[in-house]
Design a protein around this ligand. Sequence first.
Ligand SMILES: NC(=O)c1ccc[n+]([C@@H]2O[C@H](COP(=O)([O-])OP(=O)(O)OC[C@H]3O[C@@H](n4cnc5c(N)ncnc54)[C@H](OP(=O)(O)O)[C@@H]3O)[C@@H](O)[C@H]2O)c1
Length: 268
Amino acid sequence: MASASAINIDLSGATYCVLSGASQGIGRAIAVELSKHLGPKSLMLVLARNKEELAKTADLCKSDNVNIVFESMDLSKASAADMLSVIQSSLKGYNVTDFATSVIFHNVGSLGNLSVETERMENVEEMRHYYDLNVFNVISLNTQFLKVFEEVEDRVVIVNVTSLCAIKPMSGMASYCSGKAAREMYFKVLAEEKKHIRVLNYSPGPVETSMIDYVLAETVNANLREVFTSFRSQGALLKPEITAKKCLKVLLQGKFSPGEHVDYFDDE
Ligand SMILES: NC(=O)c1ccc[n+]([C@@H]2O[C@H](COP(=O)([O-])OP(=O)(O)OC[C@H]3O[C@@H](n4cnc5c(N)ncnc54)[C@H](OP(=O)(O)O)[C@@H]3O)[C@@H](O)[C@H]2O)c1
């Protein structure tokens, strides 16, 4: 991890946060951990499809300092206008200059169709749908966020929840690996261009969430099944709360270079 020019990220003032994929798993855990660090008059917008589970996340984040808004949204289908509107609506009654820091966590993610072998991938419609959610609309949501906070761009912090799979191929996960690689590189390019925006690519390690169940239920790749079966049997999967704590620690310490890929295990 780069450290010489580390500048802490301060969330102890009024902070505005958007978090995608916050209805369960790592996203919910990051929301809860994040809410503990936010200063008075902070505002959080949490997004996913499942409204009941989002309400539970909002409940878990309750604090005197934070107002939590949750909105059900299918991020694979939402238009740029929908995403702009959901951010603007959450800010009703506020001015962007009210916030000392504005943070967006791009945590939403899916695995795609694991039942087709890599050499047999041909359903472009399905691949497009995968990329819509995991790459294109992540970029578009980020753009809407930057438009809203253009006036105070130097207060913006971006966290992309990435994966080891963005930098290391994993058998049986061609959509996931290629999507994560593309998404991470977009944030690296943005960080290269906008040095005053803090951008972190955080890789959470293997975490016990519904994604793991999905891999074991759906994959046709024996190597992938073996990897995750042994992670589980050896108790090597992290709890979402543990990696969420680490994510916030890395973020707050600010010891990362623009767009750096920082993994849970980097200094464990
Ligand atoms: N688990 C791991 O081992 C692991 C490892 C490395 C990286 N990651 C990354 O960490 C992030 C979170 O993963 P997780 O393990 O916590 O997965 P998860 O439990 O499956 O959670 C995924 C989240 O994304 C939301 N989501 C999925 N499709 C959506 C859609 N169409 N529109 C809006 N929201 C949608 C889900 O909410 P709804 O279903 O309510 O929409 C849920 O809140 C992902 O980016 C993943 O790639 C996970």
